[in-house]
Design a protein around this ligand. Structure first.
Ligand SMILES: [Zn+2]
Length: 386
């Protein structure tokens, strides 16, 4: 299985149809959930879809298999929930989905056609929607199994799943990772990857070279030479950093099939001046883009997660604690008194949020685990940002 992610550029009429289809799918999911709570089985709900169409004629504007996928999504979420319950996790009920929590719908097996025109230009035809211009930045290999359409930040994208064999193999672990200054990465299995601090290693060399440069006369040959030396050290740092990030991202993909990562706002982090040097050195943005890129070739899922409050929320009881100082490396929950490394707590929060998002964004993946507690927490967070 290979998953390709492409950007869609629908014209106004098609964009409106996509919007309507997404909303109809959300209402269908919620209607099916209501009937599930009344004790209906999967097959009964499949038939119930036909009854729903009679009272909700707008459902006829959506490809029928797309609506059936909502039943799949519902039962996928339910079986993951039961699996967690079996393992002894404290889980709640499936929840009705609000507009902000419903971003995707899926075409499975039929109702689509992808045409490559030339260069990166292509057309994706979707049943009941029409032709949508698509930017195909990589060649699609294999037979297309399903297409999930997604709206995020006002833009439309699609994930195309094919049956082709990935070029590299991914592992079996499912993790969330927190990136930090003290430790480069802390993962939700408790594994730590140290910050390489390449800059520190070369810092003294660089300082001497920069001082020497500043003493040289402008326009002189020796100044030219000194400038070359400074540039060379900068290049060494960049190469060492790049090498480290390449190796680390390859290792993480080799070991895992699911990785939840923070959506980083490097600019905000850089504004905390005493951290700036380390953060620039750590270059997490690059790591995350390498993970995304390598995951596409390996059939591994890398899920972005909003990082708000991941450091403050208790990963055990969900209580939102008062702001932690950056210097405070241990997380101690005010409510349940649980004590664990600060970055480890964040990694656990990132993991459960990532799993929840991944399952909502991919109706066809019935193996995804949904942790209801995480869902409730996340929905509360959306309405109450910190
Ligand atoms: Zn707690």
């Amino acid at each position: 299985m290979i998953v390709y992610k492409f950007r869609l550029y629908p014209k106004r009429a098609e964009a409106e149809k996509l919007e309507t289809a997404k909303e109809v799918c959300r209402q269908t999911y919620n209607n099916l959930l209501a009937e599930l709570n009344n004790g209906f089985t999967k097959n009964e709900l499949q038939n119930f879809l036909l009854d729903l169409k009679v009272v909700n004629p707008e459902m006829n504007g959506v490809h029928s298999k797309v609506l059936q996928m909502e039943n799949q999504r519902l039962f996928g979420n339910l079986s993951s929930l039961l699996a967690l319950k079996k393992k002894g996790h404290k889980v709640g009920r499936l929840r009705f989905k609000g507009k902000n929590w419903f971003k995707t719908f899926t075409y499975n097996q039929s109702g689509f056609e992808l045409t490559h025109i030339r260069g990166k230009k292509g057309i994706l035809w979707l049943s009941k929607i029409g032709d949508i211009p698509i930017k195909i930045h990589r060649q699609v290999e294999g037979k297309i199994k399903n297409i999930t359409v997604k709206k995020s930040n006002g833009r439309w994208h699609c994930s195309i799943v094919t049956d082709a064999n990935p070029k590299r193999a991914c592992g079996t672990k499912e993790i969330g990772i927190d990136v930090g200054v003290m430790n480069y990465i802390y993962d939700s299995d408790g594994k730590v990857y140290e910050n390489p601090k390449h800059f520190d290693k070369y810092h003294s060399q660089l300082k001497i070279a920069q001082q020497s440069l500043s003493k040289k006369k402008k326009g002189s040959n020796s100044r030219k030479k000194a400038r070359g030396k400074v540039a060379k050290i900068h290049e060494k740092i960049a190469n060492a950093r790049d090498d480290f990030i390449h190796k680390l991202s390859a290792k993480l993909i080799r070991e895992s099939r699911f990785i939840a990562v923070e959506k980083l706002n490097i600019k905000n982090l850089m504004s905390i001046s005493y951290n700036a040097k380390n953060i620039a050195d750590a270059s997490w943005g690059k790591l995350i883009s390498y993970l995304h890129y390598k995951a596409e070739n390996a059939g591994c899922v890398v899920q972005d997660v909003d990082p708000f409050c991941t450091t403050r929320d208790c990963s055990f009881c969900g209580h939102r604690n008062n702001k932690l100082e950056l210097s405070q490396r241990k997380f101690i929950c005010e409510k349940c008194k649980r004590k664990l490394p600060r970055d480890y707590n964040s990694a656990l929060n990132i993991f459960v949020r990532g799993k929840e998002l991944a399952s909502m964004e991919n109706a066809s993946n019935t193996g995804q685990i949904v942790q209801q507690e995480a869902s409730m927490k996340s929905e509360a967070i959306t309405s109450n940002r910190c």
